[in-house]
Design a protein around this ligand. Structure first.
Ligand SMILES: Cc1cc2nc3c(=O)[nH]c(=O)nc-3n(C[C@H](O)[C@H](O)[C@H](O)COP(=O)(O)OP(=O)(O)OC[C@H]3O[C@@H](n4cnc5c(N)ncnc54)[C@H](O)[C@@H]3O)c2cc1C
Length: 400
């Protein structure tokens, strides 16, 4: 039987980051993962990538993992967003005095691997990979977890960082609101004839947004092509040549002819939002608590800020000599992060609905709106701050 401060379920980006943050605060942590440990042998294939923003970069720098993540990432200095078949467009470049990089396209497995390599160096973290929870029960004094190996872990607090289908959320019967976006995201690595010039691009098409995300080689990008479900299925069914034609046309040849460099993967897109994130000594973070449309590339960033916020609140509890499981503190965490998640979900919904139709009058309005936003410095600065992760109520570790 092991006695710990915190047990974390799920060793994705959020769970591993939280484990590191808590260990650095002197807490003893167990992390339980149903899958295998990340392998440092594996080279990044960029099949699944995330656009990490400067707020996340600052936190990863403090944790000492950023140089190794950045070594496999592509920094971008420009963003270009436009509406297909319209005059509407907006472009972002770092302002003088700011860091030149607006963000970094990182391989998801490389992020996990680098976090894991730091986690195993921490003497106060115990890792349980390839492990299934056979029992989870709260008592007045602690949370008991039994694993398929027979191991029993007793902790002050348990964190569900176990992704969109969170076992912890379901087991604790935390209520969930969800709706289908009726879209699926087709993801692949593609080769482009013209160099991407360190620019992240997004075209809003009537069927959904197409993102062209720069990779370390200037002639390769990762695409996230979100499309209405029937259209996404059609795109998946096309042979490679027909897909390349469709993709080049959808991108309006902004990078010349495009061609597949990997297999295609498809992800159904659903909004999920737990209306309660805390039950007694159990608390949710990241995708276990919220997931939403990837059109602004913010899901992982938001989840990592949940981890930072929870760690900060637990540190404040410890500094005040109070228990880490105190309801008042956990509810303060919930209030803080729910407000940030709600803003993000509402913004994604407005984008999805706003651009998701082809009515000529609305298209004209959208075009005018984008042109105006591109010209008005105040509006543009606000959009830029949101894209850089610098808006909202940031945890201390991510502040600039
Ligand atoms: C197409 C697409 C593109 C995206 N692009 C971006 C982007 O550009 N930028 C961005 O910020 N975000 C992006 N996101 C969102 C981002 O991928 C997620 O928000 C992020 O990966 C969630 O991390 P997590 O650690 O919460 O969950 P996960 O990565 O899902 O990790 C959960 C972990 O828990 C484990 N687990 C599950 N159940 C159990 C259990 N019962 N016991 C033990 N372990 C368990 C899983 O095996 C997994 O390892 C994108 C999402 C999609 C679908």
């Amino acid at each position: 039987m092991q006695n710990l401060d915190v047990t974390i379920v799920g060793a994705g980006s959020a769970g591993l980051t939280l484990a590191l943050l808590l260990a650095k605060q002197g807490l003893s942590v167990a992390i339980i993962e149903k899958g295998p440990a990340p392998s440092s042998e594996q080279q990044p294939d960029y099949q699944r990538v995330s656009a990490l923003n400067p707020a996340t970069m600052r936190m990863f720098s403090t944790l000492g993992v950023w140089p190794d993540i950045a070594a496999h990432a592509a920094a971008y200095q420009h963003m270009h967003v436009w509406e297909a078949d319209s005059f509407g467009q907006i472009a972002f470049t770092a302002e003088p005095g700011q860091s030149a990089d607006l963000g970094w396209i990182c391989d998801n497995d490389a992020i996990r691997t680098q976090l894991y390599l730091q986690v195993v160096k921490q003497p106060t973290i115990q890792c349980y990979f390839d492990s299934t929870i056979t029992q989870l029960a709260q008592t007045a004094r602690d949370v008991l977890v039994q694993l398929n190996s027979g191991a029993i872990l007793l902790s002050q607090l348990l964190v569900g960082a176990d992704g969109i289908h969170s076992f912890v959320r379901q087991q604790q019967q935390l209520p969930l609101t969800h709706w289908d976006y009726d879209q699926q995201a087709v993801v692949a690595v593609i080769a482009c004839k013209e160099p991407h010039q360190a620019t992240a691009r997004q075209a809003f098409l009537a069927t959904g947004p197409l993102a062209l995300l720069p990779l370390p080689d200037p002639h390769y990008c990762s695409i996230v092509w979100s499309a209405d479900t029937a259209h996404a299925q059609h795109l998946m069914a096309l042979d490679d040549q027909a897909f390349n034609h469709a993709l080049t046309a959808a991108s309006q040849s902004v990078l010349g002819p495009l061609s597949l460099h990997s297999t295609r993967q498809v992800f159904p897109l659903t909004m999920r939002y737990a209306s309660e994130w805390v039950r007694g000594r159990v608390v949710l973070v990241a995708d276990a608590a919220h997931s939403f449309h990837p059109l602004a590339g913010q899901g992982m960033n938001l989840g990592l800020m949940d981890a930072a916020a929870l760690a900060q609140i637990l540190a404040e509890q410890m500094a005040a000599g109070k228990p880490i499981y105190e309801a008042r503190a956990l509810l303060a965490y919930q209030r803080w992060r729910k407000a940030e998640a709600q803003t993000m979900i509402a913004t994604m919904e407005a984008f999805k609905r706003g651009f998701g139709n082809d009515i000529p009058a609305l298209k004209l309005l959208r075009g005018a709106g984008l042109v105006l936003a591109n010209k008005l410095p105040g509006v543009k600065q606000k959009l830029m701050a949101a894209a850089l992760g610098n808006s909202g109520d940031l945890p201390e570790i991510a502040k600039y």
